[in-house]
Design a protein. Structure first.
Length: 459
């Protein structure tokens, strides 16, 4: 038996559902263009809504192509030239009723014979074809182009595939906060957050911060995932992350989406690599089946950081950045390594201990020599995923935090190791870099609807 108040709630919810069903029946049936071109409704009267992609007036007939964002293909509309209207131009918004019939042309299976065309919104004259760089200046109009509407469908499908992957594997999704007081990566790339107009509020001036402590936009949800991984064996988060990297490069954004996973009861980088590879494979397979495109499938390679340095040093290529042991791998190095290994995705493991954040597990191969970290490098992009085993040994973690002067700040993190700690590890995958890789898009600003980077925050 449900308690009385729950019963009342469920009756109210049922009532709402019924009136919703009634409302849905009363609304005239509108057909999405992806449904219309799928050929199932031939012989029926339908109504479509969308935006005009081409207008070809002929003597007796008027030909239009209409797109509503539901597929790359547009619907051909044929109407008597009497239905032509001066506002019917490229880009105008229309509502069209008519009969869906088999098309006499081989270019498409079906077409709509229009009885009525209403221009809902007129469109100023615009040129139809522009390069990606040019249209980037108009973020409010970009989604009207074919290439961008494709991208938005792909982002949406890839998001579904990622959520589905983790659900099937039994991971719990955690909504990690956007506002945080920690700098997870310790790289000082934080955006600080204060109420507008009070940005100058600093402790030394005697003012209070809004949260009493400095607060930032998150650079990574990892530390919050580690907290939840103390009660669930597999957790993940998928949300926006922010980095004040003063970079105009083709693979850095100030705001990007990251998929992060944290796995408990694991002691090997292979376990993490398996999840990264599996996630990449299943998301890409989903994309290939839902948005059929000829994207090359997955191959892999694993080398250690030390082997990577040896490969770079024995190459005749002159690099701009240093390649001695202990230096971080730069984009030029990552791209070279991927090419060297046959232009396939490449895992690089066991980075120098000193290059990695405080939480990375010491391999103890030599004192403080390498740490159990792994990056996945992919063709055309370089680093796509970064992950590590986390230092679960309290004494080692304590020493490391103390050396960095962070032991007070991260007292709570040390506590995680005192309350049922288990060996664990995780990784983050840059969603935009993933899209760049599978779509072969050169510039990261062309795989996100509203790119944010230094000196640019349009709209
Ligand atoms: O390698 P990163 O910095 O790793 C972390 O943040 C870890 N805390 C993740 C974890 O273990 N849970 O970032 C992870 C990934 C990179 O491999 C890259 O794909 C992407 O995030 N990324 C960026 N993408 C676009 N613009 C930027 N400025 C990026 N910085 C990192
Ligand atoms: Mg990284």
């Amino acid at each position: 038996m449900l308690p009385a108040n729950r019963l009342w709630l469920s009756e109210a919810a049922l009532g709402m559902l019924q009136s919703l069903r009634y409302y849905c029946q009363e609304t005239p049936r509108k057909t999405r263009i992806c449904e219309a071109i799928s050929n199932l409704d031939v012989g029926t009267k339908i109504k479509v809504q969308g935006w005009v992609r081409s207008v070809r007036p002929q003597k007796e007939n008027l030909f239009l192509h209409v797109n509503d964002g539901s597929s790359l293909q547009s619907l051909q509309v044929v109407a008597s030239s009497e239905l032509n209207h001066r506002l019917l131009t490229f880009g105008s918004a229309v509502e069209i009723s008519g009969s869906l019939v088999t098309s006499p042309s081989r270019k498409q299976d079906v077409e709509l014979q229009a009885d009525q065309i209403d221009v809902v919104g007129e469109c100023n004259p615009i040129k139809e074809k522009h390069g990606l760089e040019y249209i980037r200046q108009f973020p409010h109009l970009r989604c009207k182009t074919n290439v961008f509407s494709s991208l938005l469908r792909i982002r949406s499908e890839a998001t579904t595939a990622i959520q589905q992957y983790f659900k099937e594997k039994g991971f719990i999704q955690v909504h990690t906060p956007v506002l945080t007081s920690n700098d997870c990566e310790g790289a000082g790339e934080l955006f600080q957050v204060e109420p507008a107009g009070q940005e100058k509020n600093q402790d030394e001036e005697g003012h209070q911060h809004f949260f009493s402590v400095p607060a930032y936009l998150t650079v990574s949800g990892q530390l919050h995932l580690e907290v939840t991984a103390g009660a669930f064996p597999g957790v993940y988060t998928f949300g926006p992350t922010f980095r004040a990297e003063n970079s105009q490069s083709r693979r850095h954004l100030a705001e990007f989406y990251m998929v992060e996973a944290e796995i408990s009861f694991t002691q090997s980088l292979e376990d993490l690599m398996k999840v990264m590879e599996d996630l990449f494979r299943s998301t890409t397979e989903h994309l290939l089946s839902q948005c059929p495109e000829d994207v090359a499938l997955y191959h892999k390679h694993v080398i250690t950081y030390t082997e990577a340095i040896n490969i770079l040093n024995s190459s005749s290529k002159k690099f701009a950045f240093k390649t001695d042991w202990g230096s971080d791998l730069q984009t030029e190095h990552e791209k070279y390594l991927v090419k060297h290994c046959g232009d396939v995705p490449l895992f690089v493991t066991d980075y120098p201990y000193a290059l990695k954040p405080f939480y990375t597990r010491d391999n103890q191969d030599q004192p403080l020599h390498t740490a159990a970290a792994v990056d996945l490098l992919v063709p055309g992009v370089g680093e796509m995923c970064g992950g590590s085993l986390r230092e679960e040994r309290l004494d080692l973690l304590k020493t490391r935090l103390a050396q960095a002067g962070l032991d007070e700040t991260y007292g709570w993190y040390l506590d995680l190791r005192r309350f049922g700690s288990v060996p664990h590890g995780g990784f983050g995958m840059g969603f935009e870099r993933y899209l760049q890789c599978v779509l072969g898009v050169d510039n990261i600003k062309d795989v996100i609807p509203f790119p944010r980077y230094s000196h640019s925050c349009l709209l």
